[in-house]
Design a protein around this ligand. Structure first.
Ligand SMILES: [Zn+2]
Length: 155
C-alpha cells in the first residue's frame, strides 16, 4: 500500500537543485517546448507586477512539513518547503524551483518573497473556522444597555 507515489514523493524530497534542472522530478521529461512557450506567453500577458505575483503565488504551495523543533536555526539556503507548479491546459504539473524560476524569468529573491507572503498571509482553511463568532445580541438593540444605564443614573 505504501506505493509508488509515496516512494516518488520521498525521492522528490532528496532533490538538490544542482546543475541544470537534473532534479528527481525530471521536469523536462514531462514538459515540452511548446508547453514552455505557453507558460511564458501566459505569464507575459500579465501586465502588472501584482498580477504576476498573484499568478505566481497560485502556483506555489507550502509543503506540509512542520518545523516545530527550534533546535537548529533554519538554514538560510534551504527553501524547499514549497512545491512549485505550472499549468498546462488546466493540468497542474509539479516542477522544481529551478525550472519554475526559469519559466517565468524570475529570481530566487522574488520566489522567496512570494513564499514568505504566502505563509504570512494565506494560512489554509483550518484556522478560518474559528473566526466569525458574532455576538448574537449585537444587532438587537445594541444600545439598550446604555440607555438603561443612563436612565438608571439620571433618575
Ligand atoms: Zn526539475
Amino acid at each position: 500500500m505504501a506505493s509508488d507515489s509515496e516512494k516518488a514523493d520521498a525521492m522528490e524530497q532528496t532533490n538538490n537543485e544542482d546543475g541544470g534542472c537534473g532534479c528527481r522530478l525530471q521536469c523536462f521529461d514531462r514538459i515540452s517546448d511548446e508547453m514552455v512557450m505557453n507558460f511564458v506567453r501566459d505569464f507575459n500577458e500579465l501586465k502588472t507586477k501584482d498580477e504576476q505575483d498573484m499568478f505566481l503565488q497560485g502556483l506555489i504551495e507550502p509543503d506540509s512539513i512542520k518545523q516545530r523543533k527550534p533546535r537548529k536555526p533554519i538554514p538560510k539556503k534551504r527553501n524547499s518547503n514549497f512545491k512549485y507548479y505550472v499549468y498546462n491546459n488546466d493540468v497542474r504539473i509539479r516542477v522544481c524551483k529551478r525550472v519554475f524560476m526559469s519559466f517565468h524569468g524570475i529570481t530566487d529573491k522574488r520566489v522567496r518573497r512570494l513564499c514568505t507572503l504566502l505563509l504570512a498571509g494565506e494560512i489554509p482553511t483550518d484556522k478560518r473556522g474559528r473566526v466569525g463568532k458574532i455576538p448574537k445580541d449585537s444587532n438587537n438593540k445594541p444600545c439598550q444597555q446604555v440607555i438603561d444605564y443612563l436612565e438608571a443614573s439620571i433618575f
